[in-house]
Design a protein around this ligand. Structure first.
Ligand SMILES: *Cc1c(COP(=O)(O)O)cnc(C)c1O
Length: 430
């Protein structure tokens, strides 16, 4: 089979000339799976259509936000109704308080929340706040966790035994990198060592409590508790980046699932229901340090935009329907376990991690509990799998190191169809 993609090819050629790489976010270029991007025309429920007219069952969901599916009528209605009254004022609206209330209700560890426009902005602002409150400069992040593209967080582990960070991008100052210490996910002894050495200089530890940006990696039993204890003991702020996991691994995120209360939480993706929203929140005494009630500066022309608030609110209300998460989890498990059995049957190496409405199937025989293990995956095999699935009408995230996202729009038939196609694709690349 070959995909009809003449119009996508033309659109890409045109875009490439005037947009770097032809895309506004790198992963969309599909480089890591060795093909050109496809340009999307529209979406409905669990499906998207490209401009050549091909239909795909979509497991990306705009990278997570579309947990109720594409173009949900209730979300669209909320956006329309709000837009008719104007698209933004740069002055407070009651919609902002309403969404804040819903968020605080779902995350009891938060007393206050500030809306921003992206996940990147949320984590960047949370770090500034942590540094402002503690008067310390260093931060700890974990290898393989992604927190957006701000300078302090585009850092990976350097070589050797030392955990000094090195930039993952040109343009990140060495001085910024040197304030970021990189630890290994699920390695609590390493974190203890870092704190023994440098604890009184560490403003914050930031992590994805369930990692989703090295593929899905779950915290080992006790890991998050230990991180909580260590940060508390040393007076450092614990930041949970739940931009992906918030309202996805459960309504209350990973912190509800694992019963750990961080000092600050970052949200994004689902709380905007497909429109650009991020948020960070936490304990009152910390959050009141933000301008204008406090002196740590952070602002945004479009922050709390009414259309985005309306879209987020409509999405959260849909998610509050009884049984929603049980249903999401059941379908996710069926798909994840189905894939696993098919791969095992056909003798492909496979390791599956999943929780709530997200999972990853790694093409490796190692237990994936950190970034180094994730990197043992066969990315060539994944690229073949991805291209085969695309040809057969399944749109997966174009990287081994991304999650598969389900939505309430995915039906049992969708799951079955996906498994049939996966079997055919894996057979063809045996
Ligand atoms: C997507 C993501 C971000 C970045 O959010 P943007 O809206 O793309 O800036 C940050 N942290 C995590 C965990 C994410 O998944």
């Amino acid at each position: 089979m070959t995909l009809q993609d003449g119009l996508s090819k033309q659109a890409y050629a045109k875009a490439k000339n005037i947009i770097p790489g032809g895309v506004n976010s790198p992963v969309r270029a599909l480089k890591s799976v060795g093909r050109d991007p496809i340009f999307i025309d529209r979406g409905q429920g669990s499906y998207i259509w490209d401009i050549d007219g091909n239909r795909y069952l979509d497991y990306v969901g705009s990278w997570g936000p579309l947990i109720v599916g594409h173009a949900h009528p209730e979300v669209l209605e909320a956006i329309h109704k709000t837009a008719e009254k104007g698209t933004g004022f740069g002055a407070p609206t009651e919609l902002e308080t309403e969404l804040a209330q819903e968020v605080l209700h779902a995350y009891p560890g938060m007393d206050m929340v500030r809306m921003v426009n992206s996940g990147t902005e949320a984590t960047m602002s949370a770090l500034r706040l942590a540094r402002g409150v503690t008067g310390r400069e260093k931060i700890v992040k974990f290898e393989g966790c992604y927190h957006g593209h701000s300078d302090s967080l585009l850092i990976k582990a350097g070589s050797g035994a030392l955990t000094l960070g090195v930039p993952t991008s040109p343009g990140v100052p060495a001085s910024t990198a040197s304030a970021t210490i990189v630890a290994q996910f699920n390695d609590i002894e390493a974190l203890e060592d870092i704190f023994t050495r440098d604890g009184r200089n560490i403003a914050a530890v930031i992590l994805e409590p369930v990692a989703g940006n090295m593929g899905v990696v779950l915290p080992e039993p006790g890991f998050l508790q230990k991180v909580r204890e260590i940060t508390k003991h040393h007076g450092s702020i614990l930041i949970f980046d739940e931009v992906m996991t918030g309202f996805r691994v459960s309504y209350g995120g990973a912190q509800a699932k694992y019963e750990i209360e961080p000092d600050l939480t970052c949200l994004g993706k689902i709380i905007g229901g497909g429109l650009p929203v991020g948020a960070y929140g936490g304990k009152r005494e910390i959050m009141e340090q933000i301008s204008p009630s406090g002196s740590v500066y952070q602002a945004g022309t479009l922050s709390g935009n009414p259309l985005a608030m309306a879209s987020g609110l409509a999405t959260l209300r849909l998610l509050q329907r009884p049984g929603t998460y049980e249903e999401l989890e059941r379908k996710t498990t069926n798909l994840a376990q189905g894939l696993k059995s098919i791969a095992q049957e056909l003798d492909f190496p496979i390791w599956v991690n999943g929780i709530g409405a997200m999972f990853s199937a790694f093409f490796t025989d190692q237990k994936v509990k950190d970034y180094r293990r994730a990197c043992t995956s066969d990315v060539e095999l994944f690229a073949k799998f991805f291209r085969g699935m695309l040809e057969r009408g399944i749109y997966l995230a174009p990287s081994q190191f991304e999650a598969v996202f389900l939505s309430t729009a995915h039906s049992n038939n969708d799951i079955e169809f996906t498994l049939e196609q996966a079997r055919a694709v894996l057979k063809s690349i045996c």
